[in-house]
Design a protein around this ligand. Sequence first.
Ligand code: HEC
Ligand code: HEC
Length: 212
Amino acid sequence: MRWLIPGLLGALVLVARPALAEADLERGKALYATCATCHGADAGGNVALQAPRLNHLREVYLVEQLGKFRSGLRGAEGASVQARQMAPMAATLPDEQALLDVAFYIASLDSAVPEGTVEGDVAMGADYYNQFCGACHGPTAEGNVALNSPALAGSDDWYLMAQLKAFRDGSRGAVAGDRTGRQMRAMAAVLPSEQALADVIAFIQSQAEASE
Ligand code: HEC
Ligand code: HEC
């Protein structure tokens, strides 16, 4: 089955890549077979492998991150073990069209909202979130395509913690040319303590349950 990309995403992709206006879900499904060994058949993630849930993310963000893993903006030297594991997986995708096909297939899947594992103060977290995060990631952590900011609600909370720490220590977002990673690094740095990370994640987790 072939899908036309709807709405704003279509406009963005059409401007950026005129040849990639359509995704082939059948091909995406075949390509996803490799990915499923870590991310799960329903893209619900696998904590034992530190492979995060994917199907709450929008196609445009999936394509962009896969592109970063392929180009070395993410998962190269200096990155976490997990990100360096993911980079060669993205490299197995044969062409640019394959990124789109697999992204649309992933977004078409459905999995349960992950259980919370991070303990934090939701009210404190809401304060931090509204002050520092909501302008880009949206008031309910639903993401904002125009600002390249992914949905955070629906993510595994252990993965959010790992990524915030990675942005803070420079193992993600510090490579020259990673414009959006750099933007997010600056924001991760404003949280005052490890406890603040846990609090903001607890707030995000509370939004996931509300939105699905
Ligand atoms: C060997 C296990 C493994 C396989 C196979 C694998 N991944 Fe991953 N993937 C990971 C891990 C681990 C991470 C977390 C990386 C990090 O912590 O930065 C990840 C992260 C990602 C991310 C980033 C998500 C985000 O929120 O930023 C995307 C997108 C992704 N994988 C897609 C894929 C696709 C598509 C495939 C198949 C082509 C695939 N993965 C195959 C282990 C795997
Ligand atoms: C200026 C806009 C902006 C603000 C403010 C912002 N972010 Fe981000 N965030 C981004 C962008 C852009 C990305 C995607 C980075 C990339 O492409 O690698 C991102 C990515 C992330 C990720 C990685 C998600 C994933 O699936 O890999 C997390 C976690 C995150 N942000 C949390 C936060 C938190 C918590 C705050 C508040 C302390 C915050 N962000 C504030 C723009 C922002």
